[in-house]
Write a new protein. Structure first.
Length: 175
């Protein structure tokens, strides 16, 4: 694999109301979120990709559907969901467990695809970024503070790239 495009889901009705809710809440995209997804789609579709993946949450699936105007294969998978938490919002999964769950899903794709899009959440996208760029979680988390934020990661060993790097980034209008 040469390229991974990481996108955070766009604004939800719950976020638009000013209530961040709990991680388990699955609020649909707001009107602004739908507009943001169209902006993200325009940016992401400047790049070639073979497939698009999302978590099982409505907000990530809808963002992925809007991005996927090229009608590439689209899959939703629990391994890209947020860190598992109970109804009380307290963690049931450590960072190490989240990294293992997420990266064990991504690594087998290296032989299957040249480029993929992952539409996820701040925490999981930060986990992926942390793993590929070998950075602290807090630093990685800063890249996905805004809804709809996109990072294009690239590593093309045939062109001499020895490590993954951020090739491009985009943040849609935040309203």
């Amino acid at each position: 694999m040469e390229q991974i495009i990481l996108a955070r889901h766009c604004q939800t009705d719950l976020l638009a109301s000013g209530d961040s809710g709990t991680r388990r809440n699955d609020s649909p995209l707001s009107e602004l979120g739908l507009k943001q997804a169209a902006q993200v789609s325009k940016f992401v579709n400047k790049f070639e990709y073979d497939a698009i993946f999302s978590s099982l949450f409505i907000r990530t699936i809808k963002t992925a559907e809007i991005i996927n105007e090229n009608k590439k294969p689209q899959f939703a998978n629990i391994n890209l969901s947020e860190y598992f938490a109970g109804d009380d919002g307290k963690g049931r999964e450590s960072t190490t467990m989240g990294i293992t769950r997420t990266m064990s899903f991504i690594y087998p794709m290296f032989d299957l695809y040249k480029s993929i899009v992952i539409v996820g959440h701040n925490s999981i996208n930060s986990t992926i970024l942390r793993s590929f760029l070998n950075m602290e979680f807090e630093e990685a988390e800063n890249y996905f503070k805004s809804v709809g934020q996109v990072l294009v990661l690239r590593r093309d060993w045939q062109k001499g790239d020895k490590v993954w790097h951020i090739e491009d980034e985009f943040t849609p209008d935040q309203g």
